[in-house]
Ligand binder design. Sequence first.
Ligand code: FCB
Length: 446
Amino acid sequence: MPDRYDLPTGFRWGAATAAYQIEGAVTEDGRGPSVWDVFAARPGTVRDGHTGAVACDHYHRYPEDIALMKNLGLDGYRFSIAWPRVLPTGSGPVNPAGLAFYDRLVDALLDAGITPLPTLFHWDLPQALEDGGGWLNRDTAHHFADYAAIVTDRLGDRVPAWITLNEPFVHTVFGYALGTHAPGRTLMLEALPAAHHQLLAHGLAASVLHDRGLEVMLSNNLTPVEPATSSDADLAAAQAYDALHNRLFTDPVLLGRYPDLSALGVPDDLYGAIHPGDTDLIAAPGLDGLGLNFYNPTRIAAPTEPGLPFDFVDIPDVPHTAFGWPVVPDALRQLLLSLRDTYGKTLPPITITENGCSVTESTTPDQPRIDFMSAHLDALAAATAEGIDIRGYYTWSLLDNYEWAEGYHQRFGLIHVDFATQQRTPKASYTWYRDLIAAHKARHSK
Ligand code: FCB
């Protein structure tokens, strides 16, 4: 296969997963319950009542999964550490068996020549912390920093770079505002203290990691926001949404200040959550890399009903994934350029920490996923040619897995998983990705 993606030498090829979506073994070896165990067990929360109790059984099958990664030629593997495996009640006693699992996982990855890229929090908060208010409680940020210290004391000798949080936007909005994800709260904009406490947790943990000489990234779900028309009302609605989805989670970290959310009627102190000095705690440690999770752009119109000041509008005339998400690869290039416009010199190097699509199980030979990834890699190459510093691409996902409120219905994997037998079968996209990684390496080793 020719290397048609003009990406730099040293570009890191990866794949991503998250603990609750693949591990299973939720009651094994002293793991405590997470908000997702409790939420998924509640009738009516997840499609067909699916839970992550078994998921891909990766907790037991990780050697087989790492062999598949090695065969793929991955440079890096992004996974998440389940906080309730390490600290079953979120704070307090450490569970040695939980830490030991990640120790084995890291060693097995290193043996396979794959650099581990762990995320410390990918939505599976220990239920005991949720019982005390979860991310609405400021103490959770401090507990997170303590947890980060415990994990990096154990693994920091072998793992150079870490992601603190995954998509605080999605966790805040789906988990605390709309209630479609765990913990299932429906606070609408009054969920925003949960956003601030996650950002504070990021800042506190970033200091802990830097003290240990480790690199820190934050993975944000970002979306270019386009107004449905050029009317003033649609433009204002799009700006309000951009502030909420994108700037709220990136400005505090890169610029040391919150964006103006007054168009949403949100008070400057986010309902009393922001204390003096917090924005310094969030920004001062700095960011060694920005993790970008990209799926699609968002089209916004002025609201047609009272309530939130924006409406979501579909983007017609483009392909849509099995999940119904519009496919607009060039939006990734535009997003990268707009990040440079907004943040200038304060923009750190970027790593794509998620990008991929769900494809219906019966679709063979998995061509929509190949087309999706290929077009997004073209967008990355174009952005690179325009001077954006992009260090790597971690596709979502290595395996078909538990897609949160959709249960096992959305298949994002390069590898098919039969959830009845746990049989893994590489898809055509796996072979395609393997060949393109090999072609890129062959060209750059010359
Ligand atoms: C992202 C999540 C990831 C996965 C993909 C499809 O928002 O970070 O866990 O669910 O979407």
